[in-house]
Write a protein that binds this ligand. Structure first.
Ligand code: F6R
Length: 257
């Protein structure tokens, strides 16, 4: 696992966007794995800027998102399809037909999970997967207790995740109790992973993730088993790492001090 620390959230997000942009420029038919949430919003803003100002070309790129709420139609303002359309897909020259999220309104959710896995496989697999991390260590919506080799499945959301995300709903009690998420095994199969965490509220879970061996109690620890994973942090998210031994973690850049 490679670790890069930036002084602030903006430069950490720009570094993540730069990695994605370089990969896309080198391989225009890249299969990108995408995440939603507050942490990655500035990454998408930077990618849009790179498209508008530097002609970053998404026309042949294909995308797969990690997750989608069960029961929210694409046009719902809190659906992850809506988030992606607004923040990235409709702002760059991506073909909407090349963008994929699980369908949380599918009548048969188990069949939808299988279909999503097949679609990823048919695309040749995900080249570069962007990840955020929940305060309980979830990646995608793989909550604590998740099987480390799980595939795309329906996940009941934990109380922590509901508390973290319900603030984004106009009526917080309208937040769905379940989501479809890529599994930890699906994420581990991506050729490259890029985890971005910013802000002091992520410092504790980052310390636990980077110091713990893989355990279902902290789903993000599965990334220790990944052969090509980069973690980008800002100083606030890295603030509990000082003086710690981080086995298996190579500190590439520390622009913090
Ligand atoms: C959403 C997802 C989640 C978020 C995580 C962090 O697609 O994959 O794992 O990345 O909940 O969310 P923020 O960035 O809002 O703290």
């Amino acid at each position: 696992m490679n670790l890069i620390i930036h002084p602030d959230a903006a430069s950490a997000a720009n570094a993540a966007a730069a990695m994605m942009a370089q990969a896309l420029a080198a391989h225009p038919r890249l299969v990108l794995g995408l995440a939603t949430g507050g942490t990655v919003e500035p990454v998408y803003a930077r990618l849009v800027e790179l498209h508008r100002q530097h002609s970053l070309d998404f026309s042949r790129c294909r995308t797969f998102n990690l997750d989608e709420y069960v029961g929210l139609p694409a046009h719902h303002r809190n659906s992850y399809r809506h988030f992606m359309n607004e923040r990235l897909f409709l702002q760059v020259n991506l073909e909407l037909a090349n963008t994929h999220l699980p369908d949380g309104t599918a009548p048969d959710l188990s069949a939808e999970c299988l279909r999503y896995e097949s679609e990823i496989a048919a695309s040749g697999g995900i080249d570069l997967q962007l990840l955020g991390i929940g305060q309980n260590g979830h990646i995608g919506f793989n909550e604590p207790g998740a099987e480390l080799d799980s595939r795309t499945h329906v996940q009941t959301l934990s109380a922590t995740t509901r508390a973290q995300n319900s603030r984004l709903f106009t009526a917080p009690d309208q937040m769905p109790a379940q989501a479809i998420t890529m599994g930890l095994g699906t994420i581990r199969d991506c050729r490259q992973c890029l985890l971005l965490a910013t802000g002091r509220e992520k410092a504790g879970i980052i310390r636990q993730t980077l110091t713990s061996a893989p355990t279902p109690a902290i789903p993000a620890t599965v990334l220790h088993e990944h052969p090509d994973c980069t973690v980008i942090l800002d100083a606030a998210a890295a603030s509990q790492l000082e003086g710690l031994q981080l086995p298996g973690v190579a500190l590439l850049t520390n622009q913090w001090k």
